[in-house]
Ligand binder design. Structure first.
Ligand code: AMP
Ligand code: MG
Length: 486
């Protein structure tokens, strides 16, 4: 392996994960980068982390983002985890092309992981090359930052560095590393890995680490592990409800891609739904529709059950009692999901969350589906309709009597136009625009990616001149297909 240089970068990394859980942390280092070039840097996130953006743009800074420059306080590790992939269990996944550099304490005093994706092969690489291409890493940067701007918990993107290394996919593509920031990289799959070792004390240490980092209130509960399970159930239920409300399709909700923190992670084959249809699937490998838009709440619950299984021995010595506690936590998921979704859907109608809003929301979904309406455009048009101009909304529907009847009952409830405008985004990273921008970037032109990023960072502020960013894909874009592991 190539030597990494040490640097005077005075960044105070900690190694809490590696210190608490050495069994899950394999010391490793990044591959060299023949010609590192910084493609994107997130100045605002750097500031949150107390990192100097100018220093990150320098030689050592770019080296830090690519993994080749390791500050004295850092000691990178590849993390071990397992996972159910499309329902089938893989006992050993882990960071096959990623490294945890260490944790930073942000300006709010919270611990945040700096993690690199595409940093080279590790002992977890299995058949993979350990690398990533420029297009998919820019894609994760743009979509994760768009999600953050939409108010959805997510891992963040600090920057993307092109490595100068060609990577072989269907064609040869330019390689890149994404520097990702998360409140941790603990996954359901991390617990599955720990449980599979048969070492209950390891599971207990992992659960204690998760409580300390994500759900500290659980520590003072009468039953901390049950409180952890409930807190994770609630966090994941809220997350998936928020995905549903913006039309986000994650695409690969394997248990290794579900975090304990409740942050969205791993933007592989994800996409924003355009025409509303619960059966929407984009991923090339999801032929059965397991991770279709409308299945996401059920899948999250299935994944949560896998998490609960790993905690059973910590819940109660009596296995029947442990199982019934776990079942109650699944109940927490269901009620949190329906409450969050109902409140969110009411807000999307500009209404307080009550039975009338709930009924109108369900009816609108039926109308949107029947008329093949674009999810984002359809909801956004409600703002103008509440202000008296219903024509943009009516123009989206085939069933005019249906939408007119709905509109008259909705207007009678006096929807709040300001609430509508701050709840229904005008700009999401639309699939055709993302593809166009990534194609340009792969060919060396970063302008379209930068412009798209600027647009989606302010999703609720409608701005003149940006109409094409608020318009669904043209017919000739065809059916959109996304690919995993790219
Ligand atoms: P993902 O689908 O990105 O969540 O990845 C699932 C698993 O495959 C993880 O263990 C990854 O580390 C691994 N993986 C994905 N792509 C690669 C690659 N190019 N080289 C090595 N491992 C990979
Ligand atoms: Mg993953």
């Amino acid at each position: 392996m190539d030597e990494v240089t040490t640097t005077p970068l005075a960044i105070p990394f900690t190694q809490q994960f590696a210190a608490d859980l050495p069994e899950l942390a394999l010391p490793w280092q990044a591959a060299e980068t023949p010609d590192p070039q910084l493609l994107l840097l997130n100045d605002a996130l750097a500031a949150e982390l107390d990192l100097d953006p100018e220093a990150l743009r320098g030689l050592d800074g770019v080296g830090l983002l690519a993994g080749t420059t390791v500050p004295p306080s850092a000691s990178p590790v590849a993390q071990a985890y397992s996972g159910h992939q499309f329902g089938g269990y893989s006992p050993r996944l882990g960071d096959g092309r990623a490294l945890l550099i260490g944790e930073l304490t942000d300006r709010d005093g919270q611990l945040r992981d700096l993690h690199l994706k595409g940093s080279g092969p590790t002992p977890f690489s299995r058949g993979g090359d350990g690398f990533a291409a420029v297009g998919p890493m820019l894609r994760e940067h743009v979509i994760s930052e768009a999600m953050h701007a939409l108010g959805i918990p997510t891992t963040r993107a600090l920057g993307v560095v092109a490595t100068g290394r060609p990577v072989r996919r269907e064609t040869v593509l330019p390689g890149a590393v994404l520097a990702r920031v998360a409140s941790s990289h603990l996954r359901v799959g991390t617990f599955q890995y720990a449980a599979s070792t048969g070492d209950l004390e390891l599971v207990r240490r992992l659960a204690d680490h998760a409580i300390e980092r994500h759900h500290p209130e659980a520590a003072s509960s009468e039953h901390p592990y049950r409180a952890l399970l409930d807190a994770v159930a609630a966090a994941q239920a809220e997350l998936v409800a928020r995905w549903m409300l913006v039309g986000f399709v994650h695409g690969v909700m394997n248990t290794d891609n579900m975090t304990i923190s409740g942050e969205t992670i791993d933007y592989g084959p994800c996409a924003f739904m355009e025409t509303y249809d619960p059966a929407t699937v984009y991923s090339s490998i999801d032929t059965g529709g397991r991770y279709a838009y409308g299945n996401q709440p059920l899948v999250a619950q299935w994944n949560l059950a896998r998490f609960a299984e790993t905690l059973l021995p910590l819940l109660d010595d009596d296995s029947d009692r442990a199982v019934s506690m776990a079942e109650e936590s699944l109940g927490v998921f269901r009620t949190t999901y329906s409450d969050t979704y109902a409140a969110g859907l009411a807000a999307k109608l500009g209404l307080p969350a009550d039975d009338a809003a709930h009924a109108l929301g369900e009816e609108l979904l039926t109308l949107l589906h029947a008329s093949h309406v674009d999810w984002t455009t359809g909801f956004r048009a409600l703002g103008a309709a509440a202000r008296g101009d219903a024509e943009p909304l009516r123009g989206l529907f085939l069933d005019l009597p249906g939408i007119d009847d709905w509109l008259s009952r909705w207007r009678a409830l006096d929807p709040d136009p300001a609430l509508l405008d701050r709840t229904n985004p005008v700009y999401v990273p639309r699939n055709h625009l993302v593809e166009e921008a990534l194609d340009a970037a792969t060919a060396g032109d970063l302008d379209p990616v930068q412009r798209l990023l600027e647009v989606v960072l302010h999703p609720f502020d409608e701005r003149p001149g940006l109409e094409r960013y608020a318009t669904p894909a043209p017919q000739d874009f065809g059916r959109y297909i996304t690919y995993c592991g790219t």
